[in-house]
Design a protein around this ligand. Structure first.
Ligand code: KG4
Ligand code: ZN
Length: 335
């Protein structure tokens, strides 16, 4: 197989049905059907509803992805799909559809760890992104600081001991009545706010890599309840900017602790929370200050997409690594 194979990939681990075609690290198409409007009415992702919506969307999206890429199925070198982690019913739709397509077309198939997809996303925009690197992964279900020693050689230095960063954004936004998903809502609400207005806690400050956000959540909720009771609620923008700053501070600090300790000169990031404007600004400033390179994928490649899964698929298929057709999804897969 070519070292830059043409790969079609499927991503259905949560609430986006996504299909993409890449050649090596070059995106030929990257299409997506978001279920945000369906789940917003419930205030969060309903697994059964997500799985059904994936079933409805996946065939049409596959045709669109091939048409936009200008690729005939005969020109594909392989198929990839997210194997886990994620919602089991949702994962099953993309994974089984991908296996069936690969079987029918007699193409090699590879199952991909969703977090490895996020970790490889910077490659789609930056030729220079290479190991060794420190990568910050921050999504709805995960917050991890990873020392990437090589592709497939991941040393997870730290992670959350309770809520993930995205989960903290989502829960706080729900409490504040800002809707779902919470990250973009808080990002928008923080516009013009003073990030130093309210000093929320930065938990586990004595740890180099692990993070914890559940205490922050309690602290914000307690603060808002007291302020409401005494009629001293500060402007929403100040609250949003201040709680966002607490999350951003912790993530930036842990990332650069890892840069310091490993001595690497390359920083990458992936996952929905990396779309956060303040986080992007602070990560970039800190990298510049230290003179290390930083590769932040654009927002569309931070949130869930299939191009990142295809990039990981191209890596492994290019190296001749396949997944057997009797493989199963694994909702608890770990890097
Ligand atoms: O990676 P992702 O799309 O899905 C998972 O793998 O979980 O991440 C979704 C998470 C959600 O918690 C969402 O609120 C958060 O990413 N997110 C953001 C922003 N955009 C999405 N968090 C903060 N600021 C944003 N702009
Ligand atoms: Zn994700």
């Amino acid at each position: 197989m070519s070292l830059e194979p043409t790969v079609m990939a499927f991503e259905t681990s949560c609430d986006e049905t996504a299909v993409a075609v890449v050649k090596g690290n070059v995106i030929l198409s990257n299409v997506l059907a978001s279920q945000i409007e369906i789940h917003a009415q419930f205030g969060g992702v309903v697994p059964e509803v997500a799985a059904r919506a994936h079933v409805e969307a996946i065939r049409g999206l596959t045709h669109r992805a091939l048409a936009e890429a200008g690729v005939h199925p005969d020109d594909l070198d392989g198929i990839a799909a997210t194997q886990g982690p994620g919602l089991v019913g949702a994962l099953l739709v993309g994974f089984e559809f991908a296996k069936a397509t690969a079987w029918a077309r007699q193409l090699p198939f590879v199952g991909i760890d969703h977090m490895e997809g996020h970790l490889m996303a910077p490659r789609l925009s930056f030729d220079e992104f290479a190991a060794p690197a420190v990568v910050l992964l921050a999504s709805g279900g995960h917050s991890q600081v990873v020392h990437v020693k090589g592709w497939g050689q991941y040393d997870v230095l730290g992670q959350t001991i309770d809520d993930a960063a995205g989960e903290a954004f989502d829960k706080l936004a729900r409490f504040m009545g800002l809707g779902f998903p919470g990250g973009p809502a808080i990002d928008a609400a923080s516009e013009g706010g003073d990030p130093t207005a309210i000093k929320f806690p930065r938990p586990l400050g004595n740890q180099r890599y692990n993070v914890s956000f559940s205490g922050l959540k309690t602290s914000v909720v307690t603060f808002l309840e007291k302020a409401a009771a005494s009629n001293t609620l500060p402007p929403l923008a100040d609250v949003a900017a201040s709680l966002q700053e607490a999350i951003v501070d912790v993530l930036v600090q842990r990332t650069f602790n890892a840069v310091e300790d490993t001595g690497v000169e390359m920083v990458g990031a992936g996952g929905g929370v990396i779309a956060n404007r303040r986080l992007r600004q602070r990560l970039t400033e800190e990298a510049d200050r230290r003179g290390v390179a930083i590769c932040l994928p654009g927002p569309v490649l931070c949130t869930d997409n299939a191009a990142m899964i295809a990039a990981a698929g191209a890596q492994w298929l290019g190296e001749g690594m396949y997944t057997a057709f009797d493989a199963q999804v694994d909702s608890a897969l770990r890097l």
